[in-house]
Design a protein around this ligand. Sequence first.
Ligand code: NAD
Length: 480
Amino acid sequence: MDLAAAPPALLVRRHLHVAGEWVDPAGDDAIPVENPATGEIVGQVPAGTPADVDRAVAAARAAFPGWAATAPAERAAHLDRLHTALAARADEIARTVAWELGTPLKLAARVQTGLPLTVLRGMVDLAARPAPEETVGNSLVVREPVGVVGAITPWNYPLHQVVAKVAPALAAGCTVVLKPSELTPLTAYLLFDAVTEAGLPPGVVNLVPGTGPVAGEALAAHPDVDLVSFTGSTATGRRIAHLAADRIARVALELGGKSANLILADADLATAVKVGVGNAFLNSGQTCTAWTRMLVHRDRYDEALDLIAAAAGAYRPGDPFDPATRLGPLVSAAQAERVRGHVDRALADGARLLAGGPDAPLPPRGHFVAPTVFADVHPDSALAQEEVFGPVLAVIPFADTDEAVAIANNSRYGLAGAVWSADEEAALAVARRLRTGQVDVNGGAFNPLAPFGGYQQSGLGRELGAYGVDEFREIKAIQR
Ligand code: NAD
């Protein structure tokens, strides 16, 4: 680790953010925050309790009528000030994400910091628009903020996942209690530093850090939370849906994925492979939309394998603060262990190791896993079916487009996907056949204003853009 890049001291945060103030937690327990590239503890936050959640929900409830009644232009002005205050912290955010998650600094600046700032900027404009109204026969149909939102977020994009919930909820006129991931809570504190500086009305947005089973469950089960917006694993999403079902509260769930990248026979193979490998290994493969199954037409298969192996070799794991590093560590020892388990299982299942694997060289410490590629992966095997959430790519050959679509749709997930072909119309036709919430054709760029979400076990509802704001609204019909 480059000492110049090390945090000046432990990043210790002792408070919750409730009703516009930094307040003491009810309990004394703390959660250490680890630097996964070194295993060293770099920070600490309070372990929030159900009593802390109660207090934060009460603050959000008290703030709701005033915020819901605030004119859209004024809500937008608040979000604009929040954007300015957050943008001023861009360098600190990128460094904090590199410390607590291990994302290489360059990527942390572009994706972990730049993307949420873009999303927030877009939400300023959307917040300024009055909620859409329409006339249906003798009815006036209006949309109103749903109420108090409990937002529970994962560690893999610690600011983006938070902004993707908090910003549209506030834009819609809801108030929020946020419980960020216990593995990467420090980045969320920077957002609340910005909330304080921007002078958002007290209680409109509140922060309770803590573990999933304690603070997370208390928030998801809270009788005064109207909507639980969750991003994380499918298993936890299922638990949250059960908790919310007891009181028929609404849920929005952004869950796991096992996305397929379809490379048709006439594709620009070099580009498709380069972008496809980069996508699979982005953020060390800890990306819900990662194209972790690469499906290649048999006519181009051998050629593709050579290109894939060469591309994977460029992702040398290393120090996130070294500008040459393209692959950081996994977030935790447990996550690295889980990923190694998937690699061992794939070897036992007879997949052909093309790159990486258990014996590939790694930095001497930290939770690193080598970028790993398996060829000839059976579409029904565990590696093709289970979300690995690490730098592991499964390559699968196909004979024709129908088979490619069948393999791609052979998944309980349905979050994202990609299609590559020289014939854009043909690629679009394939994109329409994929049972997923997102598809990129020939490397189409991520659009932060487009709806984002999953089919099947990848989730319920849509985030981002105008669809994302609507997620936080109720619909009322008034007959005249
Ligand atoms: P996770 O489900 O373990 O945790 C997510 C959040 O839920 C954390 O804040 C955690 O504290 C909390 N939590 C855990 N148990 C809880 C409980 N019983 N009640 C309430 N809250 C609880 O997920 P993770 O490991 O942080 O993130 C990785 C997963 O997230 C992957 O499966 C990935 O695909 C998914 N993910 C999905 C998207 C998407 O938009 N679809 C985006 C990013 C990550």
